[in-house]
Design a protein around this ligand. Structure first.
Ligand code: S3P
Length: 430
């Protein structure tokens, strides 16, 4: 199944200040993980604040196809986990839609289940690299067949052994696939990551009482059965980012986002905003679940260009297209290196963001592993192509606010992959 034909949304110049106090949809990464672990836990779990993103619906669909009973109560999944043995062999290939996280995390789960299952999805997902999960899962003992290193992937799970795996790419999805398989492996499973990536999986597992610990750059896990849980997903900082970024860029603006996740492996965008010169205020709230949460207030101040170092990239990977858009309005050059992973996201985000920003007048250049933007450059109205990539669509919408004429963002409907209602929320700030 593929996405409907591309339509556009018109973003008009800001023409005044932006302001408001908003909430954003639940964190996508945390939603996937909570649903997946609830499915293999024993008992009834309730997840409030679950992301309404299409990607997270794909995870629920895949779990249902494996026989897991899931009801939605006002959008909050109530999941009847039957333990690992509760998953039954699927009748058909499991459709992950466009969600790389669904596919890679579920591969880790299926590696430890005595069944044969095929993971597939839309064309966009079939283009993304999958050897990165197939290799370690094979080393653990699963039978994994890819299609030339891509999906469809067929997994025959079974008896797994713990391994020590040093991540060849900084990827939380790969780390998580190995850790989830480690829940079913004999002995210890160790993942070594030289660059820290988002740690939602190990946090949630620790909160649920699994034997998982950190030792320097290593994360070590042993087999565990999990009990059901009730949890609340914090707002997605990656969805708050375009709203906060817009406030930082448009003179006189101030935007507050409440109830947003403040996990230190995810909040680099806020640090970079402050480095660019914006005023960033963070007010932590009481933490009741596995993740820190709070309120973020961003106030405009003249932005300056920055250099993002390679070791900072993993903490801001999903916000880099947005940073490029903001850099068009900053004083001086902005350069990002060491971000080659951007080329294998929902699209080649280096090419996509540079092409889109140039189409409306930006001075931007592709680098093999990043981009360079010279600011400030006046942006004119026009048409840009988000190539069905939600992060590009949101970045172009933010760029459109500082253009001299309307910007039509083709492929804007892809924002539903992470932030349904994005355009309405952005418009509410005018
Ligand atoms: C995610 C990890 C990142 C990120 C993606 C979500 C996750 O991908 O880009 O949006 O939930 O683990 P990689 O692990 O491939 O870097």
């Amino acid at each position: 199944m593929n996405a409907p034909a591309t339509t556009g949304a018109v973003i008009h110049p800001a023409e005044g200040v932006l302001g408001g106090r908003v909430r954003v949809p639940g964190d996508k990464s945390i939603s996937h993980r909570m649903a997946i672990l609830a499915a293999v836990a024993r008992g009834t779990s309730r997840i409030s604040g679950y992301s309404p993103a299409r990607d997270c619906a794909s995870t629920l669909d895949v779990l249902r196809a494996l026989g897991v009973l899931i009801d939605l109560h006002d959008g909050a999944p109530v999941i009847e986990g039957g333990g690992w043995d509760g998953l039954r062999p699927p009748d058909e290939p499991l459709d992950c839609g466009r969600s790389g996280t669904t596919m890679r995390l579920m591969a880790g789960i299926l590696a430890g289940v005595d069944a044969r299952a095929t993971l597939t999805g839309e064309d966009q997902l079939l283009r993304r690299p999958m050897n990165r999960i197939a290799d370690p899962l094979r080393q653990m003992g699963a039978d994994v067949e890819t299609t030339d290193g891509h999906a469809p992937i067929t997994i025959r799970g079974g008896v797994l052994r713990g391994i020590t795996y040093s991540l060849p790419v900084a990827s939380a999805q790969v780390k998580s696939a190995v850790l989830l398989a480690g829940l079913r492996a004999s002995g210890q499973t160790t993942v070594v990551e030289n660059t820290p990536t988002r740690d939602h999986t190990e946090r949630l597992l620790g909160w649920l009482g699994a034997a998982v610990r950190k030792d320097g750059t290593a994360i070590i896990i042993s087999a565990a059965d999990l009990n059901s849980f009730d949890a609340e997903v914090p707002g997605d900082l990656s969805s708050a980012a375009p709203l906060l970024g817009a406030a930082a860029m448009i003179p006189g603006s101030e935007v507050v986002v409440d109830g947003v996740g403040l996990n230190p492996t995810r909040d680099s965008f806020l640090r970079l905003l402050a480095r660019m010169g914006a005023e960033v205020e963070i007010e932590p709230a009481d933490q009741t679940g596995p993740e820190p949460v709070g309120t973020v207030r961003v106030t405009h101040a003249g932005l300056r260009g920055i250099t993002v170092e390679a070791d900072e990239v993993a903490g801001v990977i999903d916000e880099l297209p947005l940073l490029a858009a903001m850099a068009t309005g900053a004083d001086g050059p902005t350069e990002v290196r060491g971000a080659g992973e951007l080329r294998v996201k929902e699209s080649d985000r280096i090419r996509g963001v540079v092409n889109g920003l140039r189409a409306i007048g930006a001075d931007a250049e592709e680098l093999p592993d990043g981009f360079a933007v010279s600011g400030p450059s006046p942006l004119r109205g026009g048409s840009v192509n988000a190539v069905e990539d939600h992060r590009l669509a949101m970045a172009f919408a933010v760029a459109g606010l500082r253009a001299s004429g309307p910007v039509t963002v083709r492929g804007m409907e892809s924002v539903d992959d992470s932030f349904p209602g994005f355009v309405a929320t952005l418009e509410s700030l005018r």
